[in-house]
Structures are given as structure tokens and as C-alpha cells.
Design a protein around this ligand. Structure first.
Ligand code: ZN
Ligand code: ZN
Ligand code: FE
Length: 753
């Protein structure tokens, strides 16, 4: 007989962990006790040596779906007393309240079985849930995680539900959102005329969808706008009403077989799709032409599987694929409150499938890509947040304010970093409000009062303004972090690296330390600082922000830089003379060293696109038309006072030649991207020789490009570098806050006040 102490950290509260243990100890004839602590659970258990070993193994293997064991410490202690039974004892109150909170989880198999069991008391109940599934983060107002502190507070559990809740052998033991027809929230439909329909609301919604209408459906973290994805007219209608010209819509497929009809799915993608997090997964279309009106020229479709009981009930009604796009007016955050949704979406939706379970915080669907068998997040939100990123260093309490586009923030607590959900582009006061509220909410949830703030070095970002104000008001030191340094640090932290690296940071735009705009950078350094050792020849942007939308201006600009004039056969618009003048006199023409803008220029020159509706569209289009080829353009690397500069003018010359020879845009696009790949390896190789550094991190929005990413990674590995990519946070600006935290901790900011 032996006695041991088990100290378990992670998500082990509110996820059915103690009942699971209760059952498991019986299997192994183990006695003792278990209790919740501030960071997990503590157990003292007694039993035969062998059964203790097997018990621990089982505990790790079979632990409840939503639980996460971060750390399990085993310590043998003396047999001072003999336990007669196993008890759950009262939690010890710790000095500091702090627990991890589970993200929202899709409805589990057990609940699904009941949902469709005619004899079950929750047959077709749209809010069925249990300890293993259901809403969490989006309904929690405060901790500890008790029903009282969630939006389920107003629903008093009925007798039967209370019994389930209190019975340790029941799978709804301590399931805070537990409810049923008798005591829980209800669902109803509101038609175009504003009539409330309580009888068979789901059938009503499905009828609307089948008729080609658009329905707003309330979900876990907000409303979706939905229509039949196989009805092109309905989808086009939605596009028009939403004023969304080209950005692809997300789809929800009835089951994995339905998705396989349209897309290729490998084993990893299937795993991500079916995980309880239920993100949108970008999948390669089987036929490039299918769902043209959903994803335009895109070769990928964003698919997810149903995740709420309501979704499953909808798909029961003979529907295969739904458009499920976040319900918001363009650039505004997702709608999540009934009243506001009814008002603001009235011009888009023909009807509303709505319920009276309040959503406390917004949380958009996550978007994930698979790369090398791992997740490659593009948007880390529902199902992931607020699960922390764990790093191998205690960095204390820091607030990192993120960037501006795809904004997010991070709050650290020792070696946990809590990244916010998707906030959106900070273009309006609503988004900014959402951002500020979430910072407050996270600070409260995780009991973090930061003693340092980090923000982007860009003086005009709203997040920077916020950081400056907060730092002043609360007397907290502030650290300004260079944008691409933050990208680099983010990828380092994502991979738990703490050494000198070469960072290839390619993105749209970020504020450089020389006060110009960067975006095609080769940095060397670590969390404490960096040096810029490589970049690309700066691109003039005639008209500044205007050129980011009217990308033909960037096309003109690179042509002008190359030929000192805009060649006659490339004057796509009448205003070429005016723009030539701007370029010649450098009027309102900032210079940016951005790969994103170089993509825009090439998209314009090969005339696949002259104006874009969202940032980065030029790059997306080039990726989509590309064909695999080995060819590339000759290029030149200038060596300017210790900075290697990729000079694209030679490439532009050759592209113009190719265009004049009527080469296919698909071939030019691939040759251009191959050139980027070769120039990248060339510059990294030179920097490697200079610095003897062998580790390379790849970060920045351009690395969402699945033509470039695998090739650059592969080529660099071939010449002996260790190459690291993102797998826990996004490679775009959403992931920046993580890097800001680490840099602020190490005092690596550009400026600190
Ligand atoms: Zn369940
Ligand atoms: Zn009930
Ligand atoms: Fe960026």
C-alpha cells in the first residue's frame, strides 16, 4: 500500500473532472480525497502500487473531453493514516482567485443521442448540454464558474435538472448550463412581418431557407446569416444585402461526408473539423468552379460542421450545406444581442431564429488551416479562447494591446498568455468599444492587474492610443514594440524558442523604426532586440491609403520606378498622367517596403485585378490562379550598408516582357512567387553566413499564402536551417499581441515610458 499526492494543473474544473475521478478510483480500489485548488485539483490517494500506476495512466488517457491536463505532479508521502473511502472535500480558498476557463464546446455525442431519442425528455431540445459540452466562455460573466455567474442565472433549474446536477454519477453533475424544456431557454422564430412564431420555429426557419430566403440564426458567440449554399441566387442576394462583394462566405456542411463531396480532406483536416472546437477549416475544392458565388475565384472553401443542437436540428430537415457567415454590417463586430440584431439586421435577414439565452461575450468562429499535420490558425476565436498559450517562462502580468487590423490583445499571467477572441479591424467606435470591454472582462476573469503594457510603435493605431491613455491613467509603464519585431517574437513564443533567430517577416504594413512603413523584412535578434538585415526595395504608394484599394496605382508606381514612365500598354486608367506626376514629384506618395503591396502591383500589371475590396486580395488572387512550375525570374539583391535589399525592378521588367508575349497570368504569377521564394532563401543564406544563426521563424500575413509557405520552409530546410512556423496563434496581425508580451517582458521595446 502506498499513499501519493497528485497535483494537477490545467482545465480541470467545470468539465466533469471530479466525477470522472470518482468513478476511476472505484475501478482501481483507491481511497483518499480530491479537492479543487486555485490552479487545478489536488488529490491524496492510497492504494496498491500497481493500481496507482494504472490509475494515473488512465487518468491521463481517459480524462473528460473538455479537460486539459497541463501538469501532473506526483509525490509519494508517508502512510500516516489509512483511508476508508474516497471523498470530494471542500476547496481550499487560496490567496489569489485564478482558474482557467473552458472554451465553448460543440454538443457531444451523448447529448446528440438524447437529442434524437424520441423517448428522452430532451428530445429535440435546442439547448441540450452536459458537463462535456455546451457554451462556456460566451456565457460566463465572472468566476468562479457557477450558474449564478453566467447568463443561465435567470433560468431556475427544475427538480429533474437539479437532481442531475447534484448526482455525481450523472453526466450532468455540476453542468452549470444544465436545462430542459421545463426550465431552460426557448427558441422562437420571427418572420419578416415581425410576428413571433413559437410552434416549430426550426421548421419555419428551414422553410425560409428552402425558399431561398436569408435567416439570421443565433448561435453560441453571436448571430449568423444563413441561406441555402446550393442556391446561387440566395447567396448573391446575401452578398448584395451585406455589401460584401468578394470575401468568401463560410459554409456549414451537414456532416463530413457532405463536405467530402465538395472538398479534399486529409486525416489532419478531418481531425480539426471534427474536434469539439469546431472551427472553420479552409479546404481545397475538388472542382475549382464549384460554389463560385460563395468563394469567387478562391480555390478553397471554409467549411465547418454543426456545433450547436440548433444546427443539428436544422440539418435534420433535409438540408445539406448552409452559408453561415457572421451577422454584422460590414466592418462592425458580430451581432450578439437580440434587440440589436433584430434592428440592425432587418435589411439583410428575412427572418430570425432566435432564443432567450443571452450571450455575454461575442465570439466569432475560428478559422484554421492545416499545415504539416498541425493547425495553422488564421483566426483563433470560438472554441480556442480563452484557453491560454503556455510558454516556458514566467513573465508576470503584462497587457499587450495588439495592432489595428485583425486586432486582438493579450494578458499574461506568469507562463500563461490569454489571447482575446477575434475583435476585427479597428475602424469604428463599435469595434473599439468591444475591444476595451473585452480587456476589462479578461482582466477581471483572470484576475490580472498588469504591471506593464505593450503596444505597437505605430502612432496612429487606436490600440496605441488606448495603451498610452491606460498607462497614464493607471500609472503603468508602457513599452512600444516595433510591428515586425512583434511578429518575430510571436512566432518564437509560439514555438517556445528563446535564442537568436532570423525572422522572415512578410506582411502588409507595419510602422518601422525609421518612421517609414515596412512589410518585407529580414530581422535578426531575440525578445530583447533586433536588427534589420534585409528588406525589399521600397514601393511608392501614390495617394497612400487610396492605393491600397486602387491597386492599379501601385502597378503604375512599380512600372514608373522600373521604366521611369508608365508604358503605354499598361495605362489602364485615364488618371495615369496625374499619378505619374505624383510619382515624379513624390506628392502624397509614401514609400513602403511591403511584400503585400508588391503582390498588389503584380496583380495589376498582369491585369487580373485593378481594384480590391479587402486588404491582401491581390495576394489571394495570385495564389489562386497559380500553377506549379519551377521557373522563376532573375533577381538582384542589393547590398546597401549592411542591409540586403531585394530589388524587384528587374523582376518587373521580365514580367512586362512576359505580359507582352501573352504569357498566361497563372504562369507569371507562379514565376513571380517562385522568385520571392528564391530571393528569400538567398537573403536568409547570406544573413546566416554573416551571423552564424541557424534558426529561422516565418511570420506575417503573407505567410497565409499556401504557395509560398511550404516552399520557403522546404527550401530553407534544404540549405540547413531549422524553420519554425505558427501553430498556436495566427501568423497575421492577430498573433502580434503574443510577441508584444514577450518583448515587453525582456525590455526589447523601441521606446519605453
Ligand atoms: Zn453533452
Ligand atoms: Zn429542467
Ligand atoms: Fe503585420
Amino acid at each position: 500500500m502506498k499513499t501519493i499526492r497528485l497535483d494537477i494543473n490545467g482545465i480541470v474544473q467545470g468539465v466533469g473532472f471530479r466525477p470522472f475521478i470518482h468513478k476511476l478510483v472505484n475501478d482501481y480500489d483507491i481511497k483518499g480525497w480530491i479537492k479543487n485548488t486555485s490552479s487545478g485539483v489536488l488529490m491524496e490517494i492510497q492504494g496498491q502500487d500497481k493500481s496507482l500506476i494504472n490509475f494515473i495512466q488512465d487518468l491521463k488517457l481517459k480524462s473528460p473531453k473538455l479537460s486539459v491536463i497541463e501538469n501532473l505532479k506526483v509525490k509519494e508521502i508517508e502512510n500516516t493514516k489509512i483511508y476508508q473511502d474516497f471523498k470530494i472535500i471542500k476547496s481550499s480558498s487560496d490567496k489569489e482567485k485564478f482558474t482557467l476557463i473552458s472554451p465553448d464546446a460543440c454538443v457531444c455525442d451523448d447529448c446528440l443521442r438524447e437529442l434524437f431519442d424520441k423517448n428522452d425528455r430532451r428530445y429535440k431540445y435546442p439547448f441540450i448540454n452536459c458537463t462535456n459540452c455546451g457554451p462556456r466562455f460566451t456565457i460566463i460573466k465572472d468566476i468562479p464558474y457557477d450558474r449564478d455567474k453566467t447568463t443561465m442565472k435567470e433560468f431556475k433549474m427544475c427538480k429533474k435538472c437539479t437532481e442531475e446536477y447534484g448526482n455525481i454519477n450523472n453526466r450532468r453533475y455540476h453542468a452549470q448550463p444544465n436545462c430542459c424544456f421545463d426550465c431552460g431557454p426557448g427558441i422562437y422564430f420571427i418572420d419578416k412581418e415581425g410576428n413571433r412564431i413559437d410552434k416549430e420555429p426550426i421548421k419555419e426557419a428551414v422553410n425560409y431557407i428552402k425558399e431561398g430566403k436569408i435567416v439570421a440564426i443565433k448561435g453560441i458567440g453571436g448571430f449568423h446569416l444563413s441561406c441555402n449554399a446550393l442556391n446561387g441566387e440566395a447567396v448573391n442576394n446575401l452578398r448584395k444585402r451585406k455589401h460584401r462583394d468578394e470575401k468568401p462566405f463560410a459554409l456549414m456542411g451537414k456532416n463530413i461526408e457532405i463536405i467530402k463531396k465538395w472538398c479534399f480532406i486529409n486525416e489532419y483536416e478531418e481531425k480539426i473539423l471534427t474536434s469539439y472546437r469546431r472551427p472553420i477549416v479552409l479546404l481545397r475544392k475538388k472542382d475549382d468552379k464549384s460554389f463560385g458565388y460563395v468563394s469567387m475565384d478562391n480555390r478553397y472553401l471554409g467549411f465547418m460542421l454543426p456545433y450547436t443542437p440548433v444546427h443539428y436540428l436544422i440539418f435534420e430537415e433535409d438540408i445539406d450545406v448552409l452559408v453561415m457567415t457572421s451577422a454584422n454590417l460590414s466592418d462592425f463586430p458580430i451581432e450578439y444581442k437580440n434587440e440589436e440584431a433584430l434592428e440592425r439586421l432587418s435589411s439583410i435577414a428575412d427572418g430570425f431564429l432566435i432564443n432567450n439565452r443571452e450571450i455575454y461575450v461575442r465570439c466569432d468562429d475560428s478559422v484554421i488551416r492545416e499545415f504539416n499535420g498541425r493547425e495553422y490558425p488564421l483566426r483563433r476565436s470560438r472554441g480556442y479562447v480563452p484557453y491560454p498559450i503556455k510558454i516556458n517562462k514566467n513573465i508576470g502580468k503584462i497587457l499587450a494591446c495588439g495592432a489595428e487590423q485583425k486586432s486582438s490583445f493579450a494578458l499574461s499571467r506568469n507562463n500563461y498568455i490569454f489571447l482575446s477572441q477575434h475583435i476585427g479591424d479597428m475602424k469604428n467606435i463599435e469595434t473599439f468599444d468591444f475591444y476595451m470591454h473585452q480587456i476589462k472582462h479578461f482582466q477581471n476573469l483572470f484576475n490580472i492587474k498588469p504591471d506593464k503594457i505593450a503596444c505597437d510603435f505605430h502612432p496612429d493605431y487606436m490600440s496605441t492610443e488606448y495603451a498610452i491613455k491606460k498607462s497614464k491613467e493607471e500609472g503603468i509603464p508602457l513599452c512600444f514594440v516595433q510591428h515586425h519585431h512583434a511578429h518575430m517574437a510571436s512566432c518564437m513564443a509560439d514555438n517556445n524558442l528563446n535564442k537568436d533567430v532570423i525572422g522572415v517577416i512578410w506582411d502588409g504594413t507595419g510602422y518601422g523604426i525609421d518612421n517609414s512603413i515596412w512589410g518585407g523584412e529580414f530581422l535578426v535578434g531575440n525578445y530583447s532586440g533586433f536588427k534589420r538585415l534585409g528588406t525589399i526595395r521600397p514601393i511608392p504608394l501614390p495617394g497612400g491609403d487610396k492605393a491600397v484599394k486602387d491597386i492599379y496605382r501601385i502597378g503604375y508606381a512599380v512600372l514608373y520606378e522600373t521604366f521611369k514612365e508608365i508604358p503605354e500598354d499598361f495605362r489602364f486608367y485615364e488618371d495615369y498622367l496625374a499619378i505619374e506626376k505624383m510619382l515624379c514629384k513624390k506628392i502624397n506618395t509614401p514609400y513602403v517596403s511591403s511584400i503585400g503591396r508588391l503582390f498588389d502591383a503584380i496583380a495589376s500589371i498582369i491585369n487580373i485585378r485593378q481594384k480590391v475590396t479587402y486588404e491582401g486580395q491581390g495576394a489571394v488572387m495570385l495564389e489562386n490562379i497559380s500553377e506549379k512550375t519551377q521557373e522563376y525570374y532573375k533577381f538582384k539583391i542589393n547590398d546597401l550598408n549592411d542591409i540586403f535589399e531585394f530589388d524587384w525592378t528587374y523582376v518587373v521588367e521580365q514580367i512586362v516582357d512576359d505580359v507582352r508575349k501573352n504569357a498566361l497570368p497563372s504562369i507569371i504569377s507562379s514565376k513571380f512567387m517562385n522568385t520571392l521564394i528564391h530571393s528569400c532563401t538567398d537573403i536568409v543564406e547570406r544573413i546566416g553566413k554573416l551571423t552564424m544563426i541557424k534558426d529561422v521563424v516565418l511570420s506575417g500575413g503573407v505567410f497565409q499564402n499556401m504557395y509560398l509557405l511550404p516552399e520557403i520552409k522546404g527550401q530553407l530546410k534544404k540549405i540547413g536551417f531549422n524553420v519554425y512556423c505558427h501553430s498556436r496563434v495566427s501568423t497575421n496581425d492577430e498573433g502580434i499581441a503574443l510577441g508584444q508580451c514577450l518583448i515587453a517582458y525582456h525590455g526589447g521595446g523601441v521606446k519605453c515610458v
